[in-house]
Design a protein around this ligand. Structure first.
Ligand SMILES: Nc1ncnc2c1ncn2[C@@H]1O[C@H](COP(=O)(O)OP(=O)(O)O)[C@@H](O)[C@H]1O
Ligand SMILES: [Mg+2]
Length: 280
């Protein structure tokens, strides 16, 4: 059983889109997948056709440290879900820490019933977002192909370093996935910049921006069911295939993060790519 945290501090970086649709694609290939929705907003839960788990889900983490009782089937065949709970929004710092510890305990106790566990992490640096990094061996980082999204990676790299030092020495960046890639030169340059910085960690497969991907949540279906023959489903099948492939070539799968300048400035592509107005 491989536990993978899908994370990025930035909201709107396609974490939920990646979690739901990568899970569905992996299941299509015959793998058993569990999605854990840790974002109190519950977007992954709703996308997969289920209501938020409310109090019982909070209690599963906080009181029992065991989520098996709240796991349900979803609209994606082969994908099970631990739903989100709005109650995961902690009343105060102390409760936040208690919830985070409960999450860690629950993840450690998960029965090995699935091939993949994908965790949809909330944005931000809160204990809720950090807790899964304490347990999951692998991290997948979706990045929106926009220049402002690049600066968020710098802080993620820093966070991973400190989690590795203090909590989880095995934490490994399994890959960076360029998402919402449209036909603009800007998007192309951002993807190039990502490849320069992260090398082979960046998936060859990119996820294109499509209308059907934006529509699919309203129909509560993963893209592989909502538009099974469209580009979105095709892209996530390619991402899933590459994940499986990388895992087999474990040297690459476990590749260390290359050294480099992660300051936001260094992560930005050229001025031209940022659409700076031409000098008169
Ligand atoms: N490939 C895509 N094509 C079109 N829209 C996308 C795509 N990926 C993400 N989006 C849209 O971008 C927004 C943010 O995506 P989401 O997965 O919710 O990000 P996060 O979970 O990181 O906040 C959503 O409105 C989603 O519909
Ligand atoms: Mg989300």
């Amino acid at each position: 059983m491989k536990i993978i945290a899908v994370t990025n501090h930035k909201g709107g970086s396609a974490k939920t889109t990646t979690t739901v649709n990568l899970a569905a694609a992996l299941a299509e290939f015959g793998h058993r997948v569990l999605v854990i929705d840790l974002d109190p907003q519950g977007s992954a839960t709703q996308w997969l056709g289920l209501p938020l788990g409310d109090r019982p889900v909070l209690d599963a983490y906080l009181v029992r440290g065991d989520v098996t009782a709240v796991i349900t089937a979803t609209t994606a065949p082969g994908v099970d879900l631990v739903p989100a709970s709005y109650y995961l929004v902690a009343a105060d710092r102390r409760q936040e820490t208690a919830i985070a510890l409960g999450i860690i305990r629950a993840l450690e106790r998960l029965p090995a019933m699935w091939d993949y566990v994908l965790i949809d992490c909330p944005p931000s640096h809160s204990p809720l977002a950090l807790a899964p990094l304490g347990v999951a061996p692998w991290v997948l980082v979706p990045v929106e192909a926009r220049v402002l999204a690049l600066s968020g990676i710098a802080s993620l790299v820093g966070t991973m370093d400190s989690v590795r030092e203090r909590l989880n020495p095995n934490l490994t960046l399994a890959g960076v996935i360029a998402s919402r890639v449209n036909r603009t030169r800007h998007a192309r340059e951002v993807v190039e910049r990502l490849r320069e910085r992260f090398g082979t960690l960046v998936f060859d497969a990119v996820v294109r921006e499509t209308i059907s991907m934006a529509e699919a949540p309203s129909f509560q279906l993963p893209i592989t069911r909502y538009a099974p023959d469209g580009p979105g489903a095709e892209d996530f099948r390619a991402v899933a295939r590459e994940l499986l492939d990388r895992e087999l070539r474990s040297d690459e799968w476990r590749v260390a993060l290359p050294d480099g300048d992660d300051s936001p400035r260094a992560m930005l592509p050229s001025k031209r790519a940022q659409g700076a107005p031409a000098r008169r």
